[in-house]
Design a protein around this ligand. Structure first.
Ligand code: ATP
Ligand code: MG
Length: 583
């Protein structure tokens, strides 16, 4: 690890929002960041004000806030002024329906403009917004609505009929269902969203909030178990704004594309809030992943900053370099990735195809915003998550019965931990106080991920604590093994688990999916075993490799290793509410 470095040219560094990481880190202070907010008097703030009204007040109401690309070629744009009016209408409508400050409003909708208006309108009204994946089935919808006591739901008539109507008598708190495509007759309490909003004039101001008032409820991806409901407050916008500027290098007027669905935290924190707080234009694509469509969007919409995920990058790699060759991306300035470890192979591929590396960064639903990152001005070590955000103290800790102790010498694997106190830190796991308290030890927040820090202060992801493999005295992280497998020309994706073994404790087993043009065969399997042995050595290389058509993934694109393991061992699959169908 660490032998390759992608160095940043001096002019790229000089033209970054944060030209010098060390200086920015030394000079950073959240209080100064807080002073950049536009206060609403008496210490009140609002995410809605910071993302929308503030730009209108500063004379930029005519700038495009949302550029929506419909699945079938339709386009819709909203300026900041239009977004202000629409979200004010939505907020006033919630008030007319009797919703109070702190009440929960849920969104269950594909990537439609109405979803974005509902999210921002909810925050504007002082209510709490909770996004759901539109592909969720009835059970996950019900349990999430129950945990957050959802009072209103914004959805479509079809989604409502298929997934929610049958649950209504089990959801006593759900008073209102707002349908984006009409359908008053869909059921009790259902109304047409546009009709309900038309009664409002759209002039109301955002409700001034205390910085500690809750604004967002996000459920974790469910990669390691039952999803947890994470509460974030209005002050979180400080972190969104700061990370948008320092990590994503966002500037007013930038065209920004975050490919994550708002059904999970990246699609909200960075698909809506951070870019709007920085005055950018959001590109929203309603359609599902499609390599040629994605290249066309990057080119034709003149995307300046692109934020995506390892799964999507691996799928673009799978589609082949030729597909990118017919396109030009002169506007593209920065590309970043989050959600899963980004294999070094993918970082280097990005550099070859786009002339710049993908910048990996790390964070969680719990942290609310980016915590560790590769910055535009900083040299990239492919395979590393980068260095902690200015204002964030990250450490590698050893956790024992007595507590958590920081390990300061480089190269040691331990739990990745953060010193609490940044604005977008979770304030609670809803209805699960014990689990929340367990996350804090000796003044550290414990992430549940294992990592190591090198001598230059770069952090390297090793694996989730639950996924680590102990084999003949070696501690093996699945990521290292998966990355080595992906370097093989036939492999598109890999998932690695430990299986109980009487002599070794555990043995390493790998599951791989192939790139187009490769067929599963005994010969290929042996070749893969040999390749892994050569790359990793016999102690770490998988003893078994199985070739599958695809690997089980969460809807946010994460390989579900616990499911590979449960299936392999014939154990119960546990909570599969976030499993992508067909996986
Ligand atoms: P659950 O907590 O329900 O099991 P989850 O942890 O996948 O689900 P998220 O909060 O969406 O839910 O994901 C955060 C996790 O994703 C991190 O803890 C880490 O394991 C992984 N992750 C995110 N970004 C990166 C990255 N850049 N490199 C490696 N892992 C990452
Ligand atoms: Mg987690």
């Amino acid at each position: 690890m660490g032998e390759t470095i992608i160095a940043k040219p001096a002019d790229v560094r000089a033209h970054s929002n944060m030209p010098d990481y060390a200086a920015a880190r030394a000079g950073f202070d959240w209080a100064a960041e807080r002073a950049l907010l536009s206060p609403l008097g008496e210490g009140r703030i609002s995410i809605a004000h910071e993302t929308v009204d503030r730009h209108v007040a500063e004379g930029n109401g005519g700038r495009t806030a949302i550029r929506w690309l419909g699945r079938d070629g339709e386009r819709r744009e909203y300026t900041y002024a239009e977004l202000q009016r629409e979200t004010a209408r939505f907020a006033a409508m919630l008030g007319r329906l009797g919703l109070k400050r702190g009440d929960a409003v849920y969104g269950l909708l594909g990537r439609k403009p109405e979803l974005y208006i509902a999210a921002l309108g909810t925050l504007r009204a002082g209510c709490v917004f909770c996004p759901l994946f539109s592909a969720f089935g009835p059970e996950p919808i019900q349990s999430r609505l129950e945990i957050g006591a959802g009072k209103a739901l914004v959805t479509s008539a079809a989604l409502y009929r298929r997934k929610v109507a049958g649950l209504r008598d089990r959801l006593p708190a759900l008073d209102h269902v707002l349908l984006v495509d009409g359908g008053e007759d869909a059921g009790p309490g259902c109304r047409d969203l546009a009709g309900a909003m038309a009664a409002e004039d759209g002039t109301g101001a955002p409700v001034p909030m205390q910085p500690e008032d809750p604004g967002l409820l996000h459920f974790t991806s469910g990669t390691t178990g039952k999803p947890k409901g994470v509460v974030h407050v209005h002050e979180a916008i400080l972190a969104h704004r700061a990370t948008g500027r320092m990590v994503l290098d966002l500037r007013p007027g930038d065209v920004f594309w975050c490919t994550a669905d708002p059904g999970w935290v990246t699609g909200t924190s960075y698909g809506i809030l951070a870019p709007l707080a920085n005055g950018a234009t959001l590109v929203i694509d309603e359609a599902e992943f499609d390599p040629s469509r994605w290249y066309a969007i990057l080119e034709n919409e003149r995307v300046n900053v692109w934020y995506t995920a390892p799964t999507a990058i691996r799928m673009l790699m799978k589609a082949g370099k030729d597909m990118a060759a017919g396109h030009d991306f002169p506007a593209l300035r920065f590309m970043a990735s989050v959600g899963e470890p980004l294999n070094p192979e993918a970082v280097i591929w990005g550099n070859e195809v786009f002339g710049m590396p993908f910048h990996d960064n790390w964070w969680q639903t719990e942290t609310g915003g980016i915590m560790i990152a590769n910055y535009r001005s900083m040299d990239v070590k492919p395979g590393s998550m980068g260095r902690p955000l200015p204002g964030i103290e990250a450490g590698i800790v050893e956790v024992t019965e007595e507590g958590a102790t920081e390990v300061t010498q480089p190269g040691v694997i331990g739990e990745l931990a953060l010193k609490p106190g940044w604005p977008s830190m979770m304030r609670a796991y809803l209805n699960n106080r014990a689990r929340y308290e367990k996350a804090f030890r000796s003044g550290w927040y414990l992430s549940g991920d294992l990592a190591m820090r090198d001598a230059d202060g770069y952090f390297w992801f090793v694996g989730r604590a639950d996924d680590m493999i102990k084999s003949s005295g070696h501690l093996i992280g699945p990521f290292e093994v998966e990355s080595a497998l992906i370097e093989h020309p036939a492999v598109a994706e890999a998932g690695v688990i430990g299986l109980p073994d009487p002599t070794a404790g555990e043995i390493v087993k790998a599951f791989v999916a192939l790139k187009p043009g490769f067929e599963a065969s005994e010969e290929l399997r042996l070749d893969l075993l040999g390749h892994a042995r050569k790359r990793l050595g016999p102690a770490v290389a998988p003893k078994e490799i199985e070739i599958h058509d695809s690997l089980p993934r969460t809807r946010s694109g994460k390989i579900m290793r616990r499911l590979l393991k449960a299936r392999e061992l014939g154990l119960p699959e546990g909570d599969t509410s976030t499993l992508e169908t067909g996986a």
